[in-house]
Design a binder for this molecule. Sequence first.
Ligand code: URA
Length: 208
Amino acid sequence: MSVFFMDHPLIQHKLSLLRDKNTGSKDFREIIAEVAMLMCYEATRDLPLKEVEIETPISVAKTKVLSGRKLAFVPILRAGIGMEAGVRRLIPAAKIGHIGLYRDPETLKPQSYYSKLPKDIAQREVIILDPMLATGGTAVDAITKIKEFGPRNLKFMCIIASPDGIENLTKAHPDVSIYCAAKDERLNEKGYIVPGLGDAGDRIFGTK
Ligand code: URA
């Protein structure tokens, strides 16, 4: 298990803007996408390269291109969609899946109310997107569901994580690396991250 904290000054500066309750929905939505794009840059640092020869206007250059490991992003509905816009800008060729889950109150088993994943997900490296890793319940369930399709490798990218969320996720899926910009103090009695940034979905979509 690995947890990567992204302490790049641009990410930390933009995270402060996201935390600010006076940041309005339009700015919040744009900044979530920007932070996701910057985080994606770090989270894809291990993508393999191969050497190729390219003709420049002057001569032949031995240079490098990505060597075929294909990517898919899977935002968890609904707040993950805010991050999707940013990562798509960085890697436009990646496929995008979506997953929405709830927990059956009787069986407590994860039920997906929406799931549309790329057909060839088994050949892809998957990065799951959700801005807030709170209790970790949804993340654990989403990863369990996605694993049924046998992707090559899974990463989980969030903006703020709680200590409980990190613990629960790493316990359930020790093979999944977590990428986040901050680990906050705790969860409150309603399951919100403290100090956090509030309800990410409401702030992205202006629903409150
Ligand atoms: N989801 C959110 O949007 N915010 C939190 O603080 C926790 C879960």
